[in-house]
Design a protein around this ligand. Structure first.
Ligand SMILES: Cc1cc2nc3c(=O)[nH]c(=O)nc-3n(C[C@H](O)[C@H](O)[C@H](O)COP(=O)(O)OP(=O)(O)OC[C@H]3O[C@@H](n4cnc5c(N)ncnc54)[C@H](O)[C@@H]3O)c2cc1C
Length: 465
């Protein structure tokens, strides 16, 4: 990194739009601009810069390139696990463009948009966006890792919905990136995650739909084990219209609805979606399909029903944050009854494990996630794994240094025989070198390295590797 003269910082400030901010380390406002969803993230970069326009984006990338300041991008901070010690932490949360083309069934969002900020307007246009599980996640950040969500076995990964990106590459050039204009970069952006450029906006294909059938069933106590076992068998029989996951949540005694306070709960998430079916048909087929899970144990709480296109967050009920977060994830080749028993021996009711959530998502046995893992139009990793394991640390930061790694190591080594060769980046936390090698297939990883080297030869955009 080169020394940055005060005059260059002053010039940058003068060049940026009125809403943009530039904070050098130690200046007032730095911590507020650096803060995000993961309250445990450690940001100590030379600058935190918040941009508001594409012109700002170009100016900051050129400034950083001129002084060899590595850039790490942050929209919401949902994915910010790696401590940052140098360069620019570039915040995009002010970039709130939203354009909806009802006739073309498309919408365009700026880099700072989160799902909950855009879904009501998309629904009002009669459209449904394919999203991830949490409405508070940043739209672009999610798609940079591919983006598998609660409707994905039928409607695909979120990145595959993107028709065009606008991207500032390391040379400071603003590019319109489509399958025709820059096919290599277009493919890389759909799951390649890091080291490619700064996306300023993207245009997505939506579905013309008002509702899906979905929500969750909750189980406690003695019902947890039989339902978990039934879920493992049931997933192998599901049509592609159904996407589901199972999550054991250990709720704290305070700060959550009384129904859940202090309890360990198995939350089965479920969605049934079919753009060709009526709402009544979806509701009837979805309800019939989940009957074996309902029958496997006494239902403690039930939120299943028709959900409007802007209520998809009700399927997973992820916390809105900010929270201290530490996560670990792993693609699985299969799950069986031995897997379930092993998982429950660590994370079941009454067990002592440092995870607030222990989750398995079902991705395989046909459907669009599996297809996304083998097609050649994107760069998503881990999508060939029929299941994905995700563990989230108890939101007590003091436990992150020892208790969470200890729990993770114990659980992950006990489950190792079900592990597949790949994991998706969006669930990888802060991947170390060993994990990094599992984020894509060897062919995709090699192609991504070539694309990163072509568009960012000086490694301006950080990868952490
Ligand atoms: C509660 C919760 C639920 C989640 N559910 C899902 C899910 O269902 N499916 C799924 O796939 N993932 C899921 N994730 C993971 C999430 O998609 C990733 O953490 C993602 O990186 C978050 O993006 P962000 O912009 O919100 O976060 P940030 O921390 O702001 O960004 C994370 C990274 O995304 C990249 N990025 C962000 N914006 C841009 C940009 N404009 N240009 C280029 N790169 C950019 C950068 O590498 C950045 O460091 C979930 C995470 C949480 C905390």
């Amino acid at each position: 990194m080169g020394a940055v003269p005060d005059s260059a910082v002053a010039e940058l400030r003068a060049a940026l739009s009125a809403d943009a901010v530039v904070h050098a380390r130690g200046e007032a406002g730095y911590a507020e601009e650096a803060a995000g969803y993961n309250a445990a993230s450690k940001i100590d970069t030379d600058f935190v810069i918040g941009i508001a326009t594409e012109e700002d984006a170009v100016a900051v990338v050129r400034f950083a390139a001129a002084y060899r300041l590595p850039i790490t991008i942050g929209a919401t901070g949902h994915g910010q696990y790696r401590p940052l010690h140098e360069g620019v932490y570039l915040r995009t949360h002010r970039m709130r463009k939203l354009e909806i083309d009802k006739a073309a069934k498309t919408f365009t969002v700026g880099a700072g948009q989160r799902w909950f900020q855009v879904l009501p307007a998309i629904r009002e246009a009669g459209l449904l966006a394919v999203t991830g599980s949490s409405p508070s996640v940043g739209i672009i950040g999610l798609t940079m890792g591919g983006g598998v969500g609660p409707l994905s076995r039928k409607l695909g990964i979120v990145a595959d919905r993107i028709l065009a990106y606008r991207v500032v590459t390391a040379d400071g050039d603003l590019k319109v990136v489509t399958a025709d204009s820059y096919p290599d970069l277009f493919q890389a952006l759909k799951g390649g995650k890091v080291g490619l450029g700064l996306v300023t906006e993207a245009t997505f294909q939506a579905e013309e739909m008002e509702h899906v059938y979905g929500g969750g069933l909750f189980f406690v106590g003695d019902a947890i084990a039989p339902v978990w076992h039934a879920w493992a068998d049931w997933t192998k029989t599901l049509p592609v219209e159904a996407t589901t996951s199972a999550n054991i949540v250990r709720f704290p005694p305070v700060g959550v609805p009384e129904l859940f306070a202090g309890r360990t709960v198995l939350h089965i998430r479920f969605a049934y979606v079919d753009p060709d079916a009526s709402d009544e048909e979806m509701a009837a087929k979805g309800a019939a399909l989940i009957e074996p899970i309902r029958a496997a144990g006494e239902v403690y709480h039930d939120t299943l029903g028709l959900l409007a296109a802007d209520e998809l967050g009700a399927i997973h009920l992820d916390p809105d944050g900010p929270l201290p977060m530490a996560v670990a994830g792993q693609g699985l080749v299969d799950i069986d009854h031995e897997f379930v028993d092993t998982l429950l021996s660590f994370a079941g009711d009454g067990k002592d494990v440092a995870f607030v959530a222990t989750e398995v998502r079902h991705w395989g046995h046909g459907g669009a996630i599996e297809e996304a893992g083998v097609n050649t139009v994107n760069s998503i990793g881990g999508a060939r794994a029929p299941y994905h394991l995700l563990t989230i640390a108890t939101p007590v930061e003091e436990l992150f240094a020892e208790a969470f790694p200890a729990s993770r190591d114990a659980v992950y080594s006990a489950l190792a025989k079900w592990f597949g060769p790949e994991t998706n980046y969006n669930w990888a936390g802060s991947p170390d070198d060993e994990k990094w090698r599992t984020l894509w297939s060897p062919e995709t990883a090699a192609r991504l390295e070539a694309t990163r080297a072509k568009y960012d030869p000086e490694h301006l955009f950080t990868t952490g590797h």
